[in-house]
Design a protein. Structure first.
Length: 578
């Protein structure tokens, strides 16, 4: 069965009827009431068992605007990279500084419950249900069963990696709990959470194939599991957890639930080892590499967009193909995820030099020269819709009165989101995927770990791999550790914008300075002289006021446990400051 399409068929809704449903939320440990199908029958055939695993895959998140998270908002809009220009948009909790344990879950960045069967607990429970029962399936070989179990373990580990990044240590779910089970547990320490997640990944890594055939593209692979291990260990090594003082005092900090309790450089070494192990495996097994055909702009686009491209290591696929009426794009059209000038200004000139509005040459032609040629890092033009760029078979008109500037919020900040959205013509009918993790993140994670281990000169090698692809020279030679750290964080923005990397980078490095600066974000107003056609660029403040950032408190680094979960009294301790 192809896992390419995670939209579960009607068969799945029948197959899963009668399964004891473990969920955090209003129906915690509630059993579904419907006509039961015996569990043995569900696992009596391979096709049914594979559908159960597909349901677990379906729980993996998608980063485009969606109803059950941020009310169709986008995670990057909590950072400096974008804003939400849609009236009444999905960032109200953050815009109004109303994030709290009592927050409406649909308006926060992460949900513990299983709304629409796409929450972490639903995914974890379904994955365990599969692991515990797949051995009963008569028409699968033992090798196939072991591989599928390993896939399910990576799904569980992915959800635990997300919980770690949003909450810190959380209770460990060890099996598919049923209504008769006594679910009484405590939150793990950060160390226990990290080690338990890594152990699950290590188990999967021993079993999974390096890659799958094209017909099974989208399944969890050994390479994907190794990459996720790097992400978990890099986050664990970062200052949010790896420090001599907690980010915020409180009971959870005292119990080491939200930090390790000390700083150890060995945690950076552990992340580095995982990264170098991955690179060793690539050298032996091949297949995974950056898309690089010699056309920098299209190669960058193909790197996040195309399936089975050797660059996407983990993905989710909520949709089969891109369609004109795909609802996340409707939200982008009406103003969700408008790129900020803050982001646009990060992209260097095509020769690698820094862009500056104080430079009169840059300010006169910030995007194209008089011949219409791009003057900036090509990634800018594939990340943002920029005035004058190719768009829908013509030139984009972002200026006041232009076609893109009328009747929608697509370019209210002066730019539109092009990544994934593209031009909403050339992508129609093509296969959809959301890249949960790409190879550039691995390269930059290795560079970061090398830098934190005092091996700054070696970090250049991994940054160069990424910049070579887009025709840029490497970052400035001779940087010290602090300078390199900033360069790596910036490179992660340029390469991985709108892929939900920036938010967690700011969290793990405790960058309250950047969060505080985002309560007033910058945009650009472009006017065009009707006679001469000359463009004038005026910086502006975008309308969304992020009081969450303006009234920043360090408790914000990790999200509060919802009060609805605290009230169930099965062992949760609230995060400090909440």
């Amino acid at each position: 069965m192809k896992i390419n399409i995670y939209i579960i068929s009607l068969l799945l809704s029948v197959v899963l009827i009668g399964c004891d449903d473990f969920r955090l939320g209003d129906s915690f440990l509630e059993k579904r009431t419907s006509t039961d199908i015996p569990l043995d029958e569900v696992f009596s055939k391979r096709i049914y068992a594979e559908q159960v695993l597909a349901e677990a895959y379906r729980s993996l998140p998608d980063g485009l605007p969606q109803e059950n998270r941020l009310s169709y908002g986008g995670l990057e809009s909590i950072t400096d990279l974008s804003t939400c220009e849609k009236s009444g948009g999905g960032l109200s909790q953050y815009a109004g500084n109303q994030l709290s344990p009592a927050s409406d879950l649909s308006r926060t960045a992460y949900r513990l419950d299983d709304s629409n069967k796409r929450g972490p607990m639903s995914g974890i429970w379904t994955a365990y249900r599969f692991i515990e029962n797949v051995d009963k399936v008569p028409d699968m070989t033992n090798e196939e069963k072991q591989i599928r179990k390993a896939e399910a373990k990576v799904i569980i580990a992915f959800h635990y990696s997300q919980m770690l990044r949003y909450y810190g240590g959380m209770p460990w779910i060890s099996h598919a709990y049923g209504p008769s089970d006594n679910f009484k547990t405590v939150r793990m320490t950060v160390e226990q959470h990290v080690d338990s997640t890594v152990n699950l990944l290590d188990q999967a890594i021993k079993v999974l194939p390096w890659t799958f055939s094209e017909s099974e593209d989208g399944r969890m692979t050994k390479a994907g599991a190794m990459a996720l291990k790097i992400r978990v260990l890099l986050f664990a090594a970062s200052p949010i957890f790896n420090a001599n003082e907690p980010y915020c005092p409180g009971i959870a900090a005292d119990q080491k639930i939200v930090w390790y309790g000390d700083y150890q450089q060995s945690r950076w070494q552990r992340a580095l080892n995982a990264g170098l192990d991955f690179m060793d495996s690539v050298r032996v097994n091949g297949f995974y590499k950056l898309v690089s055909t010699g056309n920098p702009r299209s190669d960058f686009q193909a790197g996040y967009f195309n399936r089975r491209n050797g660059e996407v290591l983990l993905s989710s696929r909520w949709f089969t193909t891109y369609q004109t009426n795909l609802w996340p794009f409707g939200e982008i059209l009406y103003g969700q995820l408008n790129p900020t000038l803050n982001l646009v200004d990060m992209f260097p000139m095509a020769d690698g030099s820094e862009f500056s509005w104080d430079n009169p040459v840059h300010a006169a032609n910030p995007f194209f020269n008089s011949s219409g040629n791009m003057v900036r890092d090509v990634r800018l033009y594939e990340t943002c819709i920029v005035d004058g760029d190719d768009y829908q078979g013509r030139k984009a008109e972002v200026y006041v009165g232009g076609r893109e500037n009328k009747n929608s919020g697509l370019v209210r900040s002066g730019f539109g989101m092009r990544k994934f959205y593209q031009d909403q013509k050339s992508n129609i009918g093509k296969f959809y995927q959301w890249p949960l993790m790409r190879l550039p993140e691995v390269y930059l994670s290795i560079a970061e770990a090398l830098n934190e281990m005092g091996r700054t000169n070696e970090a250049y090698e991994y940054i160069k791999l990424i910049r070579d692809r887009v025709g840029l020279p490497n970052v400035t030679a001779g940087m010290n550790q602090s300078e390199m750290r900033e360069a790596i964080l910036k490179e992660r923005c340029l390469e991985l914008a709108f892929e939900e990397v920036r938010f967690f980078d700011l969290i793990r490095w405790k960058r309250s300075d950047i969060f505080k600066s985002t309560f007033r974000k910058r945009g650009l107003t472009i006017t065009k002289d009707a006679v001469t056609g000359k463009l004038t660029y005026t910086q502006k403040q975008v309308t969304l006021a992020m009081l969450w950032a303006e009234q920043w408190k360090d408790a914000n680094f990790l999200h509060p446990i919802p009060v609805s979960e605290m009230n169930k009294k099965y062992g949760l301790v609230q995060n400090p400051g909440w």
